[in-house]
Design a protein around this ligand. Structure first.
Ligand SMILES: [Zn+2]
Length: 730
């Protein structure tokens, strides 16, 4: 699902008042030069070869000392001397080099993955979080910031600065700095326990597939299984010591002799039923039952929210987002469910007809262990488009160049490639070259086409290699500064990272359709990171409301389905011919074939996630499978037996950062589909529409609420019609 695009810098900002007092005298800020501290916020392009683990620690300590100096200055501010700059903004800026050091170190750790880097990251995290509430200035700073935030002069500030004051006050409240000392202790205990239980939850889910197994001794029970599968299962049983040549047996598990094959091929319904139970057993086994963990995590989250003055945990999370409250998020999900219901009912009716035909019985419900088996015995779906047929048209360099040219046109930008070099420690950087962390990493300057203003630069590191973290992501490396006149200021710096197979001599370098999608998606994030600017630095970033972060990426990935866009970069790698119109039409038509199950699954998980967090009191202590069935009853597929609730294995919600937040996937998808409908109407390559997208959304960073941005682009409130159209039965 969602990938990590950036570390939450705001969490580092929240740590600042808790930093330790330094025993030694802090060096004056002027000495914190680029030469001495390459991890600090210095030149636009970092000197990567000088950024060693030892240097990171030196720079972190210097940054902590600097932050402490700055925090001491804030704590000395009185109501008479307070200004926006020396209180609210100064608090944000106090840790700029701390954030910068952690940011560069984290980047090097995930792109190089060397052992010493991992050790460095552990040490840095330890150093920066080791010191809890004994922070020298914390209570005084909370007082200064609160007084400043409520001072009469705030009313005289620009709307953007007033917005930042409100954001800071909310951050102050959620970080617990305004609580009593006893409450702060309790808050820390709750957070530690949630984190411990979340970790255990993930472990249980991860270990679950290893505990289930089924041993069959009568081959008649495995009628229909392919010979090769039988041999593997027999070998697994012997290996396990439960069978001999004289007394054969067959071992089925969820790893190497998979139950999924039994569900497909086995003619014996009872064997399929047992295997289905196995495939849905995660989080239910006696020793790995996640239900008690879920109850306790929900209880602790509710207590935390109440402690911070919210009605429930969903409200606490939504307060910083476009939704504002948990109820509003739930209303969105309920509305989408209601509007999807006709399509979903039609899908269910069609599925029951199919299964009735395959089984020769009139079914009103289907056994969940029969579906894969019946699917296997039905004729294949008509003319299913094989997406592999387009890969000869997706030569990597053509796609990358085409993508840049296309977006240069749409957004009125210029992408200039800069020559790069990878250096050994101590080697001087040749003039005119930009240093990179690995050979072959590219670097582009992004400029406004009309004025030539340099708005940002980004690295492009496409290929997989040992040590590099998997998947694809964008990481903002260094936020630009606003210009004093309110225009475009200092450029941004970011990295687009992917894991495409590296070029092989004599072989064409072709992308799969999913890699094409990935590139467009990440490029949406990149444009958001490159173009944002505002009056103050915290608003120049793409750190917008969390339920808006994925909007530009979802929007820009839509271009991979547009013939006009494909025509700009899809050329046959041997002949150079453009992709034939017929193939494009097939590709476009294949979009959305049978996606309603995924759509519904995401909506139902989002509903469950919100209901459990909003109505904690109503459901607390009740069996979770029963509660889930009750909440989701109107939409459940008519199986003869429902599987255990997905909540039992939903690590995103129970152990990672998506508690009460799963709805954001569908919300961002809806906003993107709606925005795309305007592009489709006016032309997907239309620079006038692109200029409006750039002006209304990409350039605004978080300087105005995201809802205002999307309204400005659409000229109205967002509507779900364009998204629903994608899931209309065809
Ligand atoms: Zn994304």
């Amino acid at each position: 699902m969602m990938k990590l695009h950036h570390i939450a810098l705001s969490t580092l900002a929240a740590l600042l008042p808790l930093l330790p007092a330094q025993e030694q005298a802090a060096p004056p800020a002027a000495q914190l030069s680029a030469q001495a501290h390459p991890f600090h916020r210095t030149d636009l392009y970092p000197a990567w070869s000088r950024m060693t683990p030892q240097q990171a620690l030196t720079d972190l300590r210097a940054a902590i000392a600097q932050a402490n100096d700055r925090l001491a200055a804030i704590s000395a501010v009185t109501p008479e001397t307070a200004t926006f700059e020396n209180t609210i903004l100064a608090w944000y800026e106090a840790g700029e080099n701390l954030k910068q050091t952690m940011n560069y170190a984290y980047h090097l750790y995930i792109v190089l993955g060397k052992k010493d880097m991992q050790h460095m990251m552990d040490t840095l995290m330890q150093e920066s979080t080791n010191h809890s509430a004994e922070g020298l200035h914390a209570p005084r700073i909370a007082q200064v910031l609160q007084q400043a935030g409520n001072a009469p002069w705030v009313q005289q500030l620009s709307p953007e600065k007033q917005r930042f004051v409100q954001q800071t006050l909310r951050q102050l409240r959620d970080s617990g700095l305004t609580l009593t000392p006893e409450q702060q202790v309790r808050k820390a205990q709750i957070e530690q326990e949630i984190s411990r239980l979340g970790f255990r939850f993930s472990q249980y889910v991860k270990m679950s597939p290893q505990v289930w197994e089924l041993i069959i001794t009568d081959p008649a029970e495995l009628d229909g299984m392919p010979e090769r599968w039988m041999q593997n299962a027999a070998a697994a049983a012997r290996h396990r010591g439960v069978a001999t040549d004289e007394q054969p047996a067959w071992l089925i598990n969820l790893t190497n002799s998979p139950a999924s094959a039994v569900l497909r091929y086995c003619n014996v319904a009872e064997t399929r039923r047992k295997c289905w139970r196995g495939t849905t057993s995660a989080g239910t086994a006696r020793t790995l039952d996640t239900e008690p963990l879920i109850h306790r995590i929900l209880e602790l989250r509710h207590e935390l929210a109440t402690l911070l003055g919210y009605d429930n945990f969903a409200d606490k999370e939504a307060a910083h987002r476009m939704m504002g409250t948990g109820q509003r998020a739930l209303a969105f999900v309920d509305d989408m469910l209601a509007k999807t219901k006709p399509a979903w009912d039609a899908y269910i009716a069609a599925e029951l007809r199919r299964y009735s035909k395959a089984s020769g019985k009139q079914l009103t419900a289907v056994a969940p262990w029969d579906t894969a088996y019946l699917d296997h015995h039905l004729p294949p779906a008509r003319n299913k488009f094989n997406v592999k047929t387009i890969t000869p048209y997706l030569q990597t360099d053509n796609v990358v160049n085409g993508l840049l040219n296309m977006w240069a046109g749409i957004l009125s930008l210029r992408f200039e490639e800069l020559p790069t070099v990878c250096l050994n420690p101590g080697e001087p950087c040749p003039d005119g070259k930009i240093e990179v962390w690995y050979p072959g990493v590219r670097c582009f300057a992004v400029k406004d086409a009309a004025t030539g203003t340099h708005v940002g630069s980004f690295y492009l590191d496409l290929y997989t290699r040992p040590g590099k973290r998997g998947q694809a992501w964008c990481l903002p490396l260094r936020d630009g500064n606003p210009a004093p006149d309110g225009g475009v200021g200092e450029p941004h710096l970011a990295a687009l990272m992917a894991n495409i197979a590296p070029p092989m001599p004599g072989k064409p370098q072709l992308l799969s359709h999913s890699e094409l999608y990935m590139l467009h998606h990440e490029f949406g994030h990149m444009m958001h990171m490159m173009l944002g600017h505002g009056e103050i630095r915290p608003h120049c970033t793409a750190e917008v409301e969390r339920d808006f972060v994925e909007m530009p990426s979802h929007l820009q990935e839509s271009w991979i389905w547009e013939p006009a866009a494909l025509a700009t970069f899809a050329r046959h790698y041997q002949t150079g011919e453009p992709m034939p119109a017929e193939l494009m039409a097939q590709l476009t038509a294949s979009r959305g074939s049978n996606p309603i199950e995924m759509h519904m699954r995401m909506l139902l998980c989002s509903k469950l996630d919100l209901e459990m967090h909003i109505n904690y009191e109503k459901y607390k202590g009740r069996p979770i499978d029963e509660v889930a069935s009750e909440i989701l009853a109107p939409w459940l597929f008519p199986y003869t037996e429902q599987p255990p609730t997905e909540l039992r294995t939903l690590t995103y919600t129970m152990a990672e950062g998506y508690a009460a937040c799963l709805y954001t996937y569908k919300w961002c998808e809806m906003l993107a589909a709606d925005a795309m409908s305007r592009f489709k109407k006016e032309g997907v390559l239309n620079p006038a529409t692109g200029a409006d997208y750039r002006r209304s959304i990409l350039e605004r960073g978080s300087s105005v609420p995201a809802m205002q941005q999307i309204r400005d682009f659409l000229g109205r409130d967002p509507q779900p019609d364009a998204l629903l159209e994608l899931y209309r039965p065809r």
